[in-house]
Design a protein. Structure first.
Length: 315
């Protein structure tokens, strides 16, 4: 697959049925594994390794290392949740990024052992007619946390900055108004005492296509592949431009962006957890076990090479 022209594979994704893709020799392994990290097998019977594209490590994190580190980080997250509840803190984490970049899997690991009475996930559908007539931020405000709560947004108000902008779901006037308002809106949130963390999940182009193929041929993942996902395949550069404009205009002091490189999903999940924990001043933090976020995987847009593997690619 690595040598196959990218344009041909994208065409196959659009035009071939699931059965035809499998007849071309593609298969999925690990689909029922509890770690939920399937591997695409190419027509030559060899695992497709597009995850290596632009990635700073030459091996994926092992399962044993992942399980051990994840458990430690989730214990720390429970300590943080107790502190948030006891001290009336409010935490909002935005999960944004490319389609199939690993946002949902990371959210799942955040929520896995949290007390659901004090932590929730918000994943809003497309706005209805009434919501389209409201102030743009209004439907998101309704889901902000009260004292002692954590809210994770699986996509957020930044839909307007990237997806709606690229796919033509908003007018230029609506986009420009959003860009003017969002810094003020986020300043209001942080001045009110909300801790706001904005994460952008970065995946390379060929690895994204690999994950789309997995979603097409894996029956338990087909619901994850939407018409918008397929339509976005020809708009990679447009998404890159929209993302860069978003960083330029909304990467601000009180609400900065943090990029998480997720070609290795498991490593990306761990570093996202580690980074968020470093933003919280909870007691009894196990600093020696927690360590520091890996600067090759997670950090601000101007430091982490968010375009490594995300840059413009010749088809």
């Amino acid at each position: 697959m690595n040598e196959r022209p990218l344009a041909d594979l994208i065409t196959s994704l659009r035009e071939l049925t699931d059965e035809e893709l499998m007849a071309h020799g593609f298969a999925v392994e690990g689909t029922f594994d509890e770690i939920d990290d399937p591997v695409l097998i190419g027509p030559d019977g060899v695992p497709v390794e597009t995850w290596r594209e632009g990635y700073p490590y030459d091996r994926r994190i092992t399962r044993d290392e992942y399980d051990e580190t994840k458990r430690m980080l989730q214990i720390e997250l429970l300590k943080a949740q107790t502190w948030i509840k006891d001290t009336n803190q409010r935490l909002v984490v935005l999960f944004e990024g490319r389609d199939a970049a690993g946002k949902g899997g990371t959210i799942k690991r955040f929520m896995e052992h949290l007390n659901p009475r004090g932590a929730s996930v918000v994943a809003l559908a497309a706005p209805n007619e009434r919501e389209r007539g409201q102030w743009y931020f209004q439907r998101y405000v309704a889901h902000l946390p009260t004292r002692g709560e954590i809210v994770l947004f699986d996509r957020s108000w930044y839909n307007r900055a990237v997806v709606e902008r690229v796919m033509g779901f908003c007018s230029d006037e609506e986009y420009q108004e959003f860009m003017r308002e969002v810094p003020e809106f986020e300043q209001m949130l942080t001045r009110s005492g909300i801790k706001l963390v904005k994460l952008w999940f970065s995946v390379s182009r060929r690895e994204q296509v690999t994950r789309f193929v997995i979603r097409r041929i894996d029956p338990v993942r087909q619901w994850k592949l939407s018409p918008t996902d397929l339509a976005s395949l020809d708009r990679w550069d447009d998404y890159s431009d929209a993302k860069e404009e978003m960083f330029l205009r909304t990467h601000i002091g009180n609400a900065p962006w943090t990029v998480v490189r997720t070609n290795d999903k498991k490593r990306g999940r761990l570093e996202a957890l580690r980074f968020v924990l470093h933003q919280l001043d909870y007691p009894d933090k196990a600093h020696d076990l927690l360590g520091l976020p890996d600067p090759l995987i997670v950090g601000p847009p101007e430091v982490v090479a968010a375009e490594a593997g995300e840059r413009r690619v010749q088809a």
